[in-house]
Design a protein around this ligand. Sequence first.
Ligand code: HPA
Length: 274
Amino acid sequence: MRPGYGAVEARAAGDAIRHRINVKPRVGIILGSGLGGIAQTIEEPVRMPYRDIPGFPSATIAGHAGELVTGILGGTPVAAMSGRFHLYEGHSADLTGFPVRVLHALGAAILIVSNAAGGVRASLAPGTLMLITDHINFMFRNPLVGPLQAGDTRFPDMSEPYDPALRAVAQRVAKEQGLDLAQGVYAAELGPSYETGAEVAMLTRLGADAVGMSTVPEVIVARALGMRVLGLSCITNLACGLSATPITHDEVLETTAKVAARLQRLVRGIVSSL
Ligand code: HPA
């Protein structure tokens, strides 16, 4: 691991943030592309741009707000990272997991991750919300590679990376809200190119339902720290080969904009029953 994004740095960032916020977050939230709207619904918000968080890279990320928003959501103290660090931007795997270390240092025992993803299973139409049941790491990177960090498990068990009890809460809340919530396996690949048709055919055979370019490093760090994880994908497009039209990032953002309100309601409902 390159120095800079481990337990010591997370503790330092946590200490600096704690002095500026009014809550002790129980739930950490990471918001994917176009899904930052949830952060706008947090009450009594305290916002910190990433450049004010010690240890965070100062470079801003195109299309991402890049701020930490703490406050109350559905009656629960939360800390939401609006904007994440992707491997495809050239960031190291340990940095992609660093925001999770910071959320944990602030006191969050639960992590909710959201992302935009392509539908590999043909029945996952654009606009579908999918509860992540499991993942496949096709990034071939792991944020835990390197010296063992204080508080980490060296060899984390990954049999239930997405907490069954939290998944049950998500399903119950979705039902109460009359919301269709699909379920499936999320495959993470490095990007930034989208998959080829042959790669999507491979992913289908290997058991993936959706594909994206994030989330998995964050979930691995969360599990190493013993956090319970809930993952939600917003299916923004059919994966390559399943649709006649090419995939564009604009299409991804357009669909997330349409689905954002539903996801927002779902996350608020879930958080309020934790
Ligand atoms: N592939 C990979 N990542 C994505 C996609 C996709 O089709 N859609 C949104 N993120």
